[in-house]
Design a protein around this ligand. Sequence first.
Ligand code: GLY
Ligand code: MN
Ligand code: MN
Length: 427
Amino acid sequence: MQKTGLSQSVFEFNRKRFVQQLKPNSIAVFNSNDIYPISADSTHPFEQHRDIFYLTGIDQEETTLILYPDAENPAHREIVFVRKTNPQIAVWEGHKLTAKEATMVSGIKTVYWADTFEQVFMDLARHSEHIYINTNEHYRAKVETETREDRFIKWCKELFPYQKYEKSNFILQRLRSVKAPEEIAQIKHACSITEKGFRRVLGFVKPGVWEYEIQAEYAHEFLRNRSKGFAYTPIIASGSNSNVLHYIENNQQCQNGELLLMDVGAEFGNYASDMTRTIPVSGRFSTRQRAVYNAVLNVKNEATKLLVPGTLWKAYHKEVGKLMSSALIDLELITKKDVLTNSEAYKTYFMHGTSHHLGLDTHDYGLLDEPMQPNMVFTVEPGIYIPKEGFGIRLEDDVVVQASGAPINLMANIPIDPDEIEGLMNG
Ligand code: GLY
Ligand code: MN
Ligand code: MN
């Protein structure tokens, strides 16, 4: 849609750091996503594969990247293949990148048309010792579709069965988990668009509005601020829907006395923001709702302080478990005895993880058995879900780990204090 890209130097830097990790005489290949079909001639809007975007900035289908730092011909150390454009494509589909533009975006000097890829790759790969392929190793991935990357890997392995294959994924998981200042600025901007959406919704929600109407308010605000839209399928969950962790129907009417849980984030330039706020439909929390709300808010604030360099993922979740256990005891949802018999008793009311990496993907890359580092971006999103009381509360902010001291909260300006929320809803 709109041009919201990073500068060429960011992608150059990303490639430089990637190739530093390759074994000698290695060739690495990255493919864009397909345009996914619906049926007949309908398709989903194109979404670029985040790895090739990270390495080139090129946001166009049918793009392939070759990195071969030891290539004899210096022009072949970085090659990007883009879809061949012609006047007819320009008339029907609009502008596609010219070779010069592909260089401008990515900083890659050698740009070839996509239909030459196979020949060029075969000529180069013959001389290489290792081929780095880009498998999807994300801890939450569950893919049933054969991607363009998968087709390439299949083709490549048939052609070169005796090459040594390596995985790019480990390298990218590490690189992408630590953000450059320009990337943090993109995420921060996405957060600021989300903030506009939330403030708009605070003035809109009242008994009788429908969840999809609220979704429309966010979409309106996101699009008019140069976001392509939601970074992930939004959850707009009123009443007992707020206890369904992946509720996305968003088709119920909000009733007086209910809470409304909204897990919503704008994207900006392919970077995600990820926010959750829970507000009272009437504009006023009940005493009990407020008590649970304050407990979640306190766990969020305390958990955030633990996101410092050196923290290990498992230890972090264990600490948050302790914070949550004591909050649930205070709320009389569990007892001390429950905790003594089972240290995970809190999971009855808080059954999901507290954080995930955030970046080009909402659940971004990051190796979870390695210690936290400065400039990693995490969500912090505890919740308490009480089906028997008809509501669940989750609060979620996005924070950046600092070299020293507490993380910076990129959502610090998005209202979260219950008094402030009531004030804005009744203002
Ligand atoms: N919105 C997805 C998540 O919070 O992880
Ligand atoms: Mn979320
Ligand atoms: Mn999240």
